[in-house]
Design a protein around this ligand. Structure first.
Ligand code: ATP
Ligand code: MG
Length: 242
């Protein structure tokens, strides 16, 4: 099966500081893959580098096999890649609807087409309809995360990159958000989930990668990787592939 998205020796830097040291990741159509690892491992950097938010070499990122590394984020959206960024990055002072309309307009401007509409999003997260006119800063953390996910979906992605969508949320809210993921996948969207909660990451995905200090230290099928292997990969007692 060919990968919809893949990275090949992906390297990324912040000035003189190198954050990624040759990362190889593959995502197949319809698949959910987790990216786990300790604070500072490079997970967010990986997503930013894929999304075109950091300068990277052309051949280091491929979409449908075609080199796209360093393509602008707008062009990546146009080609079907969307990100739910770390910290949500909503437009405060604007309502839920207005935040979502920014994404609808962006998709229209870029010519990104797909099956997501406001109505469909309201079926996925009914609270977003109820709170349509509410300023986003008045929402709970979970509701804000739903807006952030909604905004990415309205960009009509084939590939969705999610950066710690469970961070800081209550278990009940996390379950609610994770319960929506199968429907998103069912709509034909593959996803990479950056997730600190290993149990959650394993449950929600087909495969996982663990990163440590800018490198992949473990990859395997989520149902098969052991806690022990993950522990070693997290903290660095050698490289394991399961
Ligand atoms: N804007 C930046 N400028 C300089 N260094 C950065 C910047 N962003 C991240 N870094 C560094 O790059 C490394 C990887 O950071 P990154 O944010 O990708 O880690 P992470 O795995 O997402 O961590 P966390 O779980 O805390 O979100 C860290 O050493 C971090 O300090
Ligand atoms: Mg991060």
């Amino acid at each position: 099966m060919s990968a919809v998205l893949s990275t090949h020796g992906l390297i990324a830097r912040y000035g003189d500081f190198q954050a990624l040291y040759g990362v190889d990741v593959e995502l197949h159509a319809g698949e959910a893959v987790a990216l786990i690892g300790a604070n500072g491992a490079g997970k967010s950097t990986f997503l930013r580098a894929v999304m075109g938010l950091l300068p990277v070499g052309r051949d280091m990122v491929r979409l449908d096999g075609e080199p796209v590394g360093g393509t602008s984020a707008d062009r990546m959206v146009k080609r079907g890649v969307a990100i739910v960024p770390e910290g949500r990055r909503l437009f405060t002072g604007m309502s839920v609807d207005d935040n979502l309309k920014v994404a609808i307009d962006q998709a229209a401007r870029l010519g990104a087409k797909g099956g997501w509409s406001l109505e469909r999003l309201h079926r996925l997260f009914p609270i977003l309809k109820e709170k349509a006119k509410t300023p986003v800063q008045s929402l709970s953390g979970g509701q804000q995360q739903m807006v952030a996910i909604g905004r990415a979906l309205l960009c009509q992605p084939r590939v969705l990159l999610c950066d710690e969508i469970s961070l800081g949320l209550a278990p009940k809210v996390i379950r609610e958000i994770y319960a929506a993921l199968p429907e998103i996948r069912g709509a034909g969207t593959a996803m990479i989930l950056v997730e600190q909660d290993v149990g959650l990451a394993k449950e929600a995905t087909d495969r996982l990668y663990c990163m440590l200090e800018g490198r992949v230290t473990l990859s395997g099928r989520s149902a098969e990787v052991t806690r022990e292997a993950i522990g070693e990969a997290y903290f660095g007692a050698g490289h394991a592939v399961v």
